[in-house]
Design a protein around this ligand. Structure first.
Ligand code: SF4
Length: 205
């Protein structure tokens, strides 16, 4: 990983204006900032190319915000990789001072930093999340990759605050096998909702 530690710079893998495809904000136009770097190691990860942060340029927060302003986005989604490997306070301060709503997608494996209008917490079996995410998160999103994931989802869902939204999402490569099981689970556990990766069905990058 790069040795840059200046919090005014972040390793940006890609940034682009699109439609949030999944979870609570599905269907909402959003500017995505995907930060490089992740050591969680999910076997089914669909952005393995994000793992090595040294592959990416460190971009100033000023330039990240400037490019976001050039889109019509009102919502910024910071994702990864695992974006909380970095202190995101300065990024969210500058985004919020420009009037953006700030969302983050995180595995919860690193301490929370930054000011967020919405925290989507997606814990993974491969690296245990920190307890603070069960309290602070607005949304729990569990990826259903095999049958044991339903019990695992229930364990995590039961630790969330009452206000939190709970989503179960079939893993894309096993979507045909897992979707009927996800439907059954949600019918039996109506606090949960289904999240689909609609951007993949609609072929939206
Ligand atoms: Fe991939 Fe996200 Fe898992 Fe990291 S936490 S390995 S980016 S799915």
């Amino acid at each position: 990983m790069s040795s840059i530690t200046d919090p005014a710079f972040l390793p940006v893998m890609e940034s682009f204006y699109t439609i949030q495809g999944e979870g609570f904000h599905s269907g909402t136009p959003a500017y995505f900032v995907r930060l490089g770097g992740c050591d969680v190691g999910c076997t089914w990860c669909d952005v393995k190319e994000s793992w090595d942060a040294s592959q990416f340029d460190w971009v100033s927060i000023g330039d990240i915000v400037k490019e976001a302003k050039e889109s019509k986005a009102e919502l910024i989604v910071v994702t990864g990789g695992e974006p909380l490997m970095y202190d995101l306070s300065q990024l969210t301060n500058e985004l919020k001072s420009e009037g953006f709503k700030t969302n983050i997608e995180t595995s919860g494996a690193y301490p929370l930093s930054g000011t967020w209008d919405w925290i989507c917490f997606s814990p993974k079996k491969f690296k245990a999340p920190l307890e603070e995410f069960y309290i602070n998160s607005d949304e729990l999103k569990v990826i259903a990759y095999n049958k044991s994931d339903f019990k695992w989802a229930d364990q995590h869902g039961s630790k969330m605050q009452d206000k939190a939204q709970l989503f179960l999402q079939p893993e894309w490569s096993k979507e045909k096998e897992m979707t009927p099981l996800v439907v059954d689970f949600v019918k039996q556990n109506p606090r949960w909702k289904i999240s689909l990766q609609t951007h993949k069905y609609m072929d939206i990058p």
